[in-house]
Design a binder for this molecule. Structure first.
Ligand code: UT7
Length: 352
């Protein structure tokens, strides 16, 4: 099996989190709502996944809309109005081309600021974080706005009970700034990995060059998101436990130093299995899966923004964030939580 794990020697200039924002669509879709049109039940979804409800955007709302809301909240939380770079991590950009980040930057009043997308599915936030930390370490930027935003409801097959019940929409964001190592809000070494041999376990088959170059129209349903859940489950537990230990070791920390495990909200059973393997007690595992489902790239920053806003995570707390997703990709990082007031709330569509 291919196993290439990026292991930088840590930032030359440290990065710190200066501000945090999160935004969820107002429309709540319950398990019972889905059971009216799918062969499923609240009992099955809760017991197999831990999900009770998810938020889906109203028709007409795109990923950029949620991203702008979360981004504006993070900028407010950080008390800044400009940054040196904007990164958007997403699996569901408004269009296949161009990247969504320049439009998001423009709508935040940041025309002229370098802006790019990162595509790492559920690990998108952590890949984006590594990008942002790298821009700061290299001196290319002193401040970075990193947004992870998804409208997964737009790519779900409404007839596929294996995915339609799992994913939700949302956006989370952080502002990163340059600072010395050990500063409040310090981002530890980002440890990332990938295994493209598993590329077809999580995919949207149509719409890319492979299908388009054939000159053939996509087969029905091929524009929808597909996941081989059982195989993904197994690998997710292995990789998330392994990369967590790696990130702790590289940060010079042990499991006992961790106040909160912030696992990608894929499935409550995955989160519990990872915590068990690491020896993290249940009361140190952050969760919002019950209310928001799996929001892919947005999952970790939405979780952290919410937990910080409601007081679960406090300044100085040590957080271990870990994710696994399509690609396949995985990653983990430690964060010393900053003394910043998180802004978390409901997205209100323009004109409503
Ligand atoms: O975020 C990126 C990473 N993603 C993940 O980590 C997701 C990982 N995978 C999972 O969370 C789980 O595999 C799922 C929640 C997707 C599925 O749970 P599972 O326990 O692995 O179920 P399964 O796929 O093995 O299916 C068991 C049974 C099947 O029926 P049969 O063949 O035993 O008759 C499925 O057809 O459950 C059935 N099933 C459902 N039944 C009711 C699958 N989905 C549903 C459903 N409602 N929504």
């Amino acid at each position: 099996m291919v196993d290439r794990t990026a292991r930088g020697d840590g930032p030359m200039t440290g990065a710190v989190v200066l501000g945090v924002g999160g935004s969820l669509p107002g429309r709540v879709v319950t398990n019972d709502d889905l059971a009216t049109r799918l062969d499923t039940s609240d009992e099955w979804i809760r017991s197999r996944t831990g999900i009770g409800a998810r938020r889906w955007v109203e028709p007409g709302t795109a990923t950029s809309d949620l991203a702008v809301d979360a981004g504006a909240r993070a900028l407010r939380s950080a008390g800044v109005s400009t940054v040196d770079a904007v990164i958007v991590a997403t699996t569901t950009p408004d269009r296949l081309c161009p990247a969504v980040a320049p439009e998001v930057a423009a709508r935040l009043g940041l025309v002229g600021t370098p802006a790019h997308d990162v595509a790492a599915v559920c690990t998108g936030f952590l890949y984006g974080l590594a990008n942002g930390v790298g821009l700061i370490a290299s001196g290319a930027a002193r401040t970075v706005l990193l947004i992870a935003a998804e409208t997964f409801s737009t790519i779900l097959d409404p007839q596929d009970r294996g995915t339609a019940v799992i994913f939700g929409d949302g956006a989370g964001a952080v502002v990163l700034g340059a600072a010395g190592p050990g500063a409040p809000g310090a981002v530890g070494p980002c440890v990332l990995g990938s295994d493209g041999i598993g590329a077809d376990l999580i995919q949207i088959p149509a719409g890319g060059s492979r299908q388009r170059s054939s000159g053939l129209a996509a087969a029905p349903g091929e524009h929808y998101f597909k996941m081989r859940g059982k195989e993904v489950f197994r690998q997710a537990v292995e990789r998330m436990a392994e990369v967590s230990l790696d990130a702790l070791a590289r940060a010079g920390l042990t499991v006992g130093d961790i106040d909160h495990l912030a696992p990608h909200q894929a499935n409550m059973r995955i989160c519990a299995a990872v915590a068990h393997r690491l020896g993290v007690p249940e009361d140190r595992v952050l969760a919002n899966l019950d209310e928001v489902g799996n929001t892919a790239a947005a999952s970790i920053p939405v979780l952290l923004a919410q937990a910080a806003a409601d007081g679960r995570v406090k300044a100085g707390d040590q957080v271990l964030a870990v994710a696994f997703g399509g690609g396949l990709t995985w990653g983990a990082v430690t964060l010393a939580w900053p003394d910043a007031v998180a802004s978390f709330g409901t997205f209100v569509p323009a004109g409503s």
